[in-house]
Write a protein that binds this ligand. Sequence first.
Ligand code: SF4
Ligand code: SF4
Length: 207
Amino acid sequence: MDVIISIAIVMGSLGMILGISLAIAARIFYIETDPRQDQIENLLPGVNCGACGFTGCDRYAEAITKSKDKIEINLCTPGGEETTEAIGGIMGVKAEKREKRIAVLMCSAKNVKDKFSYSGPGNCRSAFLTQGGQKNCKYGCLGFGDCAEVCPTEAIYMDENNMPHVIEERCIACGKCAEICPKNLYQILPVSNYVHVRCKNLDKGVS
Ligand code: SF4
Ligand code: SF4
């Protein structure tokens, strides 16, 4: 019985010492954060899509509060103008309006035949590693839909010919489709830029 009581006293004392040490360390190493950072983070949509160019909403909020006007406050595409205005209210600045941008697929091929039978993993990145992919057109879409898979807003769907299509209203211009496409077929463009040559073929025409 005495042994159990002794162990309990030792453990209790150790716990108390550890608790006091942690409390002292927390005071010594405390880093004061700008309260506006939390306010801005709460305003941001929290989708962590990267459209602003930062790895997540928290990093963008931190950059805005620490940047002293060097970081634009209108970079959150999913949040839109409403969020920009609210951030401007917190920071005491007025932001320029930013035109909506969307992903545009630079390939309009239909029913391109395969030049060989590909039986590897069913994704574009793997197919691309096999002689640039199975399609006869070396510049065009491989059709496995990696872009549709990574899109955080389900703004890309694959049609019956395995060609991707972007639903403009859903696109938040995060650029994830552009990053993953091994054929570099996406461009993020302002909506007013609606005339595109939707082909990446770089071959010269017959002279
Ligand atoms: S656009 Fe690119 S990622 Fe999307 S299906 Fe075509 S090749 Fe694959
Ligand atoms: S279509 Fe592309 S840019 Fe638009 S939301 Fe989807 S992944 Fe992002």
